[in-house]
Design a binder for this molecule. Structure first.
Ligand SMILES: *[C@@H]1O[C@H](CO)[C@@H](O)[C@H](O)[C@H]1NC(C)=O
Ligand SMILES: *[C@@H]1O[C@H](CO)[C@@H](O)[C@H](O)[C@H]1NC(C)=O
Length: 374
């Protein structure tokens, strides 16, 4: 029950936060993350976002959440920004999240992209709309664990079956598990919840009932006590690890000005920490994609990448029995029982909201990283 352990929040020893987990998503997954974020935005954050978002978005994050996937082909440079792969990483037998460096151009990955786009917005550079649309998407990708491994293109090249249909492991996590959940939501979530804050972020989509369920049974239920830890950045522990990233990222300006002001108003729930210089270049004390991603990456070895795929007899079995079926009690059933997908979606939404509130909430309202209803 790794999710439950997480939800209860392992006691924080020193400053390491307990285990976030997440994965990469199809359109619904990205929009669900964005909708959960929308629920937790401070009103003053929404005001600022309205000025940046395109008119069709109606001051809502979800309509732009899948934009980055649509432009991948016009903007080929942005492709590698959707994922990251550690050198030597090979789930399920060996999970290594960057201890030996990263595949591809240094810093040109989802961790660097979250840092770059938040910096872009914070500095108020030209092109805020593009940066915001990327950020909403990349924080979603960061929470799809298969976007955190380079093995077999994050599972895209690994054929499996789901409900007897041939698909691939990555698609199972991007969309099949979510689609299955959408088909099996208890009827009561088709009706509004008695919360204007939740209902006003819903837009009449097919996943509204799922968002209600994740909010009611997850954010307000089993995850409730872990939420504050999800938004913490546990720098000191990480600073002992080598972190080979680009000079480019190392040159990124350190936060200041408005951000410092917000930070000082938040100091009550921030923990003591070492100087920013010791953190991995993508991480600081407010926004830390590496620290958030590391425990989610580990899920690839713990549960996501089926060990059967590397069984020496598996190739021969494909000929007689077909590709490995994942819509089984042992796989999809366990993931559902542990609320793993829901936890990743909730975590992505909460962290996106916390990030945007840090960047945009007026100081006097920024007493907490989240606009909470509980
Ligand atoms: C950083 O983000 C901006 C805004 O979206 C983008 O134009 C730029 O190419 C990004 N740079 C890198 C190195 O990803
Ligand atoms: C909806 O129904 C489920 C069980 O079918 C129950 O666990 C849950 O508490 C109900 N939610 C609300 C908001 O009443």
């Amino acid at each position: 029950m790794r999710l439950n352990n997480n939800a209860m929040g392992v006691a924080l020893v020193g400053a390491i936060a307990s285990l976030p987990r997440v994965a990469a998503w199809g359109v619904a997954g990205h929009e669900i993350v964005a909708t959960i974020a929308q629920i937790h935005l401070h009103p003053s954050t929404v005001e600022q976002l309205c000025a940046i978002l395109p008119p069709y978005a109606n001051c809502h994050l979800a309509p732009v959440a899948a934009w980055a996937d649509k432009v991948r082909f016009h903007m080929p440079w942005s492709g590698p920004l959707h994922y990251v792969g550690g050198v030597g990483d090979h789930p399920s037998d060996h999970c290594d999240f960057g201890d030996d460096g990263w595949q591809g151009t240094p810093g040109h990955n989802v961790l660097g992209a979250v840092r770059n786009t938040t910096m872009w917005l914070e500095k108020g550079y030209e092109g805020a709309e593009e940066a915001l649309k990327f950020l909403v998407h990349f924080i979603g990708d960061l929470h799809q664990p298969l976007h955190l491994t380079g093995r077999d293109r994050g599972g895209n090249s690994v054929k499996v079956r789901f409900d007897r249909r041939i698909t691939n492991l990555h698609s199972v996590w991007d969309s099949r598990l979510i689609a299955k959940s959408l088909r099996t939501i208890p009827q009561n979530y088709t009706y509004p919840l008695p919360s204007r804050q939740i209902e006003s972020a819903l837009r009449g989509t097919i996943y509204d009932p799922y968002v209600r369920q994740i909010m009611y049974e997850g954010v307000l239920g089993r995850f409730r006590d872990a939420i504050d830890e999800w938004t913490v950045c546990p720098l000191p522990e990480l600073s002992t690890r080598p972190y080979p990233l680009t000079e480019k990222l190392e040159q990124l300006p350190v936060r200041g000005g408005f951000f410092d002001a917000v930070r000082s108003s938040l100091s009550s729930w921030m923990r003591p920490r070492k100087p920013v210089e010791e953190a991995p270049p993508t991480d600081d004390e407010i926004i830390c994609p590496h620290a958030w991603a590391a425990p989610m990456h580990q899920l690839n070895c713990d549960i996501i990448w089926p060990a059967e795929l590397d069984d020496p007899n598996y190739q021969a079995q494909i000929a007689t029995q077909g590709y490995l079926e994942l819509d089984t009690p042992k796989y999809a059933g366990r993931i559902k029982d542990e609320w793993l997908v829901e936890e990743l979606l909730a975590m992505g939404g909460i962290r996106l909201a916390a990030t945007l509130n840090y960047l945009f909430a007026r100081e006097e309202t920024a007493v907490s990283p989240l606009y909470k209803l509980y």
